[in-house]
Design a protein around this ligand. Structure first.
Ligand SMILES: Nc1nc2c(ncn2[C@@H]2O[C@H](COP(=O)(O)OP(=O)(O)OP(=O)(O)O)[C@@H](O)[C@H]2O)c(=O)[nH]1
Ligand SMILES: [Mg+2]
Length: 456
């Protein structure tokens, strides 16, 4: 069995050392330079997203070298490139990206191969969600993720490098952030080993800093959960993390300052029993096939969390604007218990006017809420209110079955999008119900679009 080349990023001197791979991808090695971090970002890889692209959600994973970003992304893509029975959609990517990610996954899964080498450059992945129905194939939205060498975040020389500061700006303006907490370090933390304390004190700080500076929903994704599974619970980890002043204050300040949901998800890209940690902290593959655990959960939470966040943000601005003008009647009357009829009348005139008024006053929201997404926020709220009522009436299982059945009736992109939104919301709220500890702030379960913006 192949051993692992891990985890020199967590040396006992707390020093970040680039991993020395036994398996070398020579085509990529050829791109390395003597540049700042020993990697040569291809400008096209890190290019700014095209301005006219709609319904693309930028999700970025923050985490130091070795936290599991690349393996997580490859395992996530591998899980969702086939439509699984519980979902109405699957993911697809361009040929080069899917070949690369499948290659990474196969290398991870193959017990005779070593783990993939540390990332050498910045790469961008576009995942299109596809819904197949009797009427045809629909591709209503896209997720974009960046993968990069985690050392960028922890190297003090990064601030002076334009490529790195551009990348960090981009990470900051995401629609959702995954802050990866290395399960290996979390295990050390729970075992009161110094390695764990140092991870919180040093390695994760720049990720927390970016999360603090962003307004969007945040998910703390505990990677390598297979190392903790059966030994520690999520509740124990949450309690330990909340003892850390930086972590606790970040969660509290974000919960006070923004309506964004904050979550704590345990995931494993390979599942229990796939690898065992040696006394030197290396991950030795056992020869068993990977069985990823919760791998798609963070992605499923992106849509409901972002739309809920955006809806609450818009409604708060709307109320402020109405106050300033001292005439709520000059703006569309959003604060209604009967959302549905209102939406139909507002769609063509009211929503663009409302968006213009809000963006003039709060230009910072412009990038996050292009007009297409702004509109979707309202239709999401409307459909969510209906879905919540149906779920309460039918019960969870029947409601989930009912959503699955709706796939065959999909006739256009919009209905495909709405089905994905509702299915994601349903899965995530079900997870929350079973694991209330996973919600650090906000959450879908207690959100009701009809009560947002009302006092009290
Ligand atoms: N046990 C276990 N080990 C994992 C898992 N995911 C990743 N690892 C180990 O962690 C190592 C680092 O994972 P990567 O995905 O390469 O980490 P990264 O964050 O992309 O690191 P950089 O590219 O250097 O920024 C892997 O080589 C594995 O040894 C997991 O789910 N379980
Ligand atoms: Mg990587």
């Amino acid at each position: 069995m192949a051993g692992s080349v891990r985890p020199d990023h967590l040396t006992d001197k707390g020093v970040h050392v680039k991993r020395v791979p036994r398996f070398v991808d020579r085509s990529r090695a050829g791109r390395r330079t003597d540049g700042l971090f020993g990697f040569d970002p291809d400008p096209a890889d890190a290019a700014e997203p095209a301005a006219d692209e709609t319904r693309t959600f930028e999700i970025h994973a923050l985490g130091p070298s070795g936290s599991g970003k690349t393996v997580f992304t490859a395992s996530l893509y591998h899980r969702l490139l086939i439509r699984r029975p519980e979902y109405s959609f699957y993911l697809k990517s361009d040929h080069a990206s899917s070949a690369y990610l499948n290659g990474v996954y196969n290398q991870v899964a193959d017990a005779d191969e070593d783990w993939p080498i540390a990332s050498q450059d910045v790469r961008e992945w576009n995942f299109t969600t596809c819904v197949q129905s009797a009427a045809g194939d629909f591709e209503p939205l896209r997720f974009r993720l960046l993968d990069y060498p985690g050392g960028i975040l922890t190297n003090p020389r990064g601030a002076q490098d334009a490529t790195v500061s551009g990348l960090v700006d981009r990470l900051r303006s995401a629609n959702a952030l995954f802050v990866l907490l290395d399960g290996q370090a979390m295990l050390a933390l729970l075992q009161n080993e110094e390695l764990g304390a140092r991870y919180l004190a040093f390695d994760i700080i720049s990720s927390l800093e970016i999360a603090q500076q962003s307004r969007c929903p945040v998910q703390f994704v505990v990677t390598k959960w297979d190392l903790l599974d059966g030994r520690y619970s999520l509740d124990q980890l949450r309690q330990r993390l909340m003892l850390d002043e930086n972590f606790r204050d970040l969660v509290r300040s974000k919960a006070e300052d923004t309506p964004a949901t904050i979550r704590l998800f345990p995931v494993s890209s390979v599942g229990s029993g796939f690898a065992a940690m040696t006394e030197y902290g290396e991950m030795r593959k056992s020869g068993r096939p990977p069985q990823p655990h919760n791998i798609e959960l963070p992605l499923l939470a992106v849509l409901p969390d972002f739309l809920q966040f955006a809806y609450t943000e818009i409604r708060a601005r709307e109320v402020l604007l109405a106050d300033r003008k001292q005439s709520a009647g000059r703006l569309p009357p959003m604060l209604s218990r009967q959302l549905q009829p209102l939406m139909q009348g507002m769609a063509d005139t009211g929503i663009p006017r409302l968006r213009k008024a809000i963006m003039t006053r709060y230009p910072g929201l412009e990038k996050m809420l292009p007009e297409s997404v702004f509109r979707e926020v309202f239709s999401y709220a409307e459909i969510l209110a209906q879905g919540q009522a149906a779920r309460a009436r039918m019960g969870r299982q029947r409601y989930a079955d009912d959503l699955m059945r709706r796939r065959q009736g999909i006739t256009d992109e919009l209905s495909a999008l709405q089905l994905i939104q509702m299915q994601c919301e349903d899965r995530v709220s079900g997870y929350e119900e079973a694991n209330p500890t996973s919600v650090l702030a906000g959450g879908t379960r207690h959100f009701s679009p009809e009560t947002v913006g009302q006092d009290g």
